[in-house]
Design a protein around this ligand. Structure first.
Ligand SMILES: Nc1nc2c(c(=O)[nH]1)N[C@H]1C(S)=C(S)[C@@H](COP(=O)(O)OP(=O)(O)OC[C@H]3O[C@@H](n4cnc5c(=O)[nH]c(N)nc54)[C@H](O)[C@@H]3O)O[C@H]1N2
Ligand SMILES: Nc1nc2c(c(=O)[nH]1)N[C@H]1C(S)=C(S)[C@@H](COP(=O)(O)OP(=O)(O)OC[C@H]3O[C@@H](n4cnc5c(=O)[nH]c(N)nc54)[C@H](O)[C@@H]3O)O[C@H]1N2
Ligand code: SF4
Ligand SMILES: [Mo]
Length: 581
């Protein structure tokens, strides 16, 4: 039996036991976070998914040597007008080795994120570094606030840690976990900032704040209360579409309880995402909920925090959500599907159409592979050496090669080929990079922890310039919320992993809007449109439509823009209209 880790982009980063003969995969029973069972993504969909087996150039099947030579030629031809665009189809660490190539070659790469960049910017503004909360600490909480994270779909192994705790859910959608909650606030989308400042203000009013923590561990604490008071209570309640009693219930549920906030990407798919996270962290700081058992805010953590990295990164970078593909002669897309997953798809299509040499390096056919001039099949995670960091917990895992590949190439092999063919220097053996990372980990009871691991993160210091928690000082927002139309919600789906595996294709609407089950509608925004059949559901608000992330065409509706901080996508910063066809 061999032990590896699931490579999929998921909070859980499961430890996987593989039988090298039958390739049967099971969860490692005693892993500190995942404790056994794997989900259907890895156990079923991953195995069933049809791989790209043969390289192509201009639509013709070619040998791997021919495809690689064509790719090297295209990169050379581009000179500095070369862009590396990486996605998160596999989140193994060695995916980033191609960055080392882009840096050595003098090409461009991306910065920012399609995912959690704005939230991370907000966390870093307050705490300096975004560290993972260990499962052992979450276990000690009395209450858990699940805030814009869809635990039963995207973070299934967390459910174990929520048993026998007071459960509060804040989400515009009545999700499965919302139905199980002691208290569910079905707030208006994009209103979380107001909820966080309201709650913090009420903590003061109810004398629930931690004075000692604020004095000793925070900067400008006395000023924060004044800042909170600039948001009028009535107007803020209205923004959130909740009642004063709801707030009272929430305070009551949290009273005298050690509380963990599990915050997901849902709250930050907006231009103001950083301020939302900063305000939620501010609420936790008012309560003194950092550095103590059973307390804290867990967002998607920076999995590389605390590590020295063995790769060089190019200094030439463009913001990922608005990548100007058309400026480049050659673009290498690795582990990604920008022609489905990027916001403002009409713009992306226009830009990518201008690229002379689009190289797609991946496992599956998708919207992007179909447009590529050169297609290079990748090896899957069992066929190459790697290691796995995690944004959901602080454990690090080895990912040894388990079987030989019948086709495909690894990220390291592609990088080596490009270094050799383009006569570049500075690439070491593959093992060097993997060991460089593993050697920095803390080993305890056979498990590896990130060097930034702490039983109670921030117990001694925050990683800001002052060493203290730094509160948000001003709020900036110019989105017109009064604009007519529905809010667009695009959470993750149960059956797909972003655009991998079984993608959904419907729009969910509340029955009161008068649309019938199965009828085809046109959903449109100022950026584009998509046509989808309706699924009627009481679980969405009357003012929102839900189209799962990964649904083909959903991103025609989303804005080609980046967040105020963190250069992140703002998928939900838009109002949409719906009409019968
Ligand atoms: N099954 C599955 N699992 C996945 C993925 C997948 O595609 N499928 N993708 C992985 C990836 S890449 C990521 S980044 C994570 C993300 O996983 P999550 O952090 O769970 O993100 P989402 O599912 O996008 O949204 C979470 C919740 O936020 C709610 N929400 C939407 N708008 C708002 C809002 O304005 N305020 C509040 N309070 N809530 C809001 C949604 O209704 C949803 O229930 O999941 C990972 N896991
Ligand atoms: N509307 C809307 N859009 C969204 C989101 C949303 O919430 N709403 N979420 C966003 C988020 S959070 C994310 S993270 C992005 C994800 O979007 P992308 O990063 O574009 O990822 P995927 O769609 O999962 O595409 C992954 C591709 O990676 C390839 N792949 C898998 N494994 C490997 C490997 O080992 N090597 C190589 N070379 N390739 C591999 C597969 O061929 C697969 O098609 O989508 C974003 N898009
Ligand atoms: S829960 Fe996440 S990490 Fe675990 S097997 Fe499923 S996709 Fe992989
Ligand atoms: Mo993501």
């Amino acid at each position: 039996m061999k032990v590896t880790a699931c490579p999929l982009d998921c909070y859980d980063a499961c430890a996987v036991v593989v039988d090298p003969d039958s390739l049967k995969m099971t969860g490692l029973e005693h892993h500190p976070f995942t404790r056994g069972a794997l989900c259907a993504h890895l156990n079923r969909h991953y195995k069933e998914a049809e791989r790209i087996c043969k390289p192509r150039v201009d639509g013709e099947t070619v040998s791997m040597d021919e495809a690689l030579s064509a790719a090297a030629k295209a990169v050379k031809y581009a000179g500095e007008d070369f862009l590396l665009y990486r996605g998160s189809g596999n989140v193994g660490f060695m995916q980033a080795i191609t960055e080392h190539f882009a840096a050595a070659y003098g090409g461009w790469t991306t910065e920012g994120s399609l995912c959690d960049g704005s939230g991370q910017a907000g966390v870093e503004a307050g705490r300096g570094l975004s560290l993972a909360l260990p499962p052992e600490s979450i276990e000690q909480a009395d209450a858990v606030v699940v805030w814009g994270r869809n635990i039963t779909v995207t973070n299934v192994h967390m459910a174990r840690l929520l048993k026998n705790k007071t459960l509060i859910v804040i989400d515009p959608v009545r999700t499965k976990i919302a139905k199980e909650a002691d208290l569910f606030l079905q707030i208006r989308p994009r209103s979380d900032f107001y909820l966080a400042v309201l709650l913090a203000r009420f903590m003061f009013m109810e004398d629930m704040e931690d004075r000692a923590f604020m004095e000793n561990r925070c900067e400008d604490a006395e000023w924060y209360y004044d800042f909170l008071r600039t948001f009028r209570i009535k107007a803020s309640l209205k923004k959130c579409d909740i009642k004063l009693d709801d707030l009272g219930d929430l305070l009551y549920q949290m009273q005298n309880k050690r509380t963990v906030f599990l915050v997901g990407t849902g709250v930050q798919k907006y231009s103001i995402g950083d301020q939302v996270l900063h305000a939620i962290d501010g609420l936790a700081a008012v309560l003194g909920f950092f550095g103590k058992p059973g307390c804290g805010v867990s967002f998607l953590s920076d999995s590389t925090a605390g590590f020295r990295l063995p790769f060089n990164f190019s200094k030439k970078r463009c913001a990922k959500p608005v990548a100007p593909f058309g400026r480049f002669k050659t673009v290498l897309v690795q582990g990604a599907n920008p022609l489905a997953q990027m916001p403002g798809l009409a713009r992306v299509e226009e830009e990518i159409a201008k690229v002379q040499n689009l190289i797609y390096f991946g496992l599956y056919e998708n919207e992007t592979s179909r447009k590529a001039k050169i297609v290079i099949p990748a090896k899957d995670f069992l066929e190459k050496e790697d290691l796995r960091l995690s944004y959901g917990h602080p454990y690090v895992q080895r990912m040894p090669k388990i079987k030989d590949a019948k086709f495909g190439i690894s990220e390291y092999e592609l990088t080596k080929f490009l270094f050799d063919t383009l006569c570049l220097e500075g690439l070491r053996e593959e093992r060097y990079y993997i060991d460089y990372m593993l050697d920095q980990c803390i080993e305890e009871n056979e498990f590896l922890r990130s060097p930034a691991y702490s039983d109670h993160p921030y117990v001694e210091e925050f990683y800001t310039d002052s060493g203290n928690f730094e509160f948000l000082e001003e709020f900036e927002d110019d989105f017109d919320e009064e604009e007519e139309g529905f809010w667009l919600l695009t959470p993750k789906s149960q059956h797909s992993l972003n655009s991998q595996f079984r993608r959904q294709d419907f729009v969910m609407l509340h029955p009161s809007n008068g649309f019938k089950q199965g009828e085809l509608v046109r959903i449109y925004s100022e950026y584009g449109e998509v046509r989808l059949p309706v699924k009627v559901s009481e679980d969405v608000r009357k003012d929102s439509v839900l189209i799962y992330a990964g649904t083909p065409g959903v991103n025609y509706l989303t804005p080609p823009m980046k967040s105020l901080m963190g250069k992140s996508a703002c998928y939900q910063e838009v109002k949409v209209k719906v009409e019968r066809i």
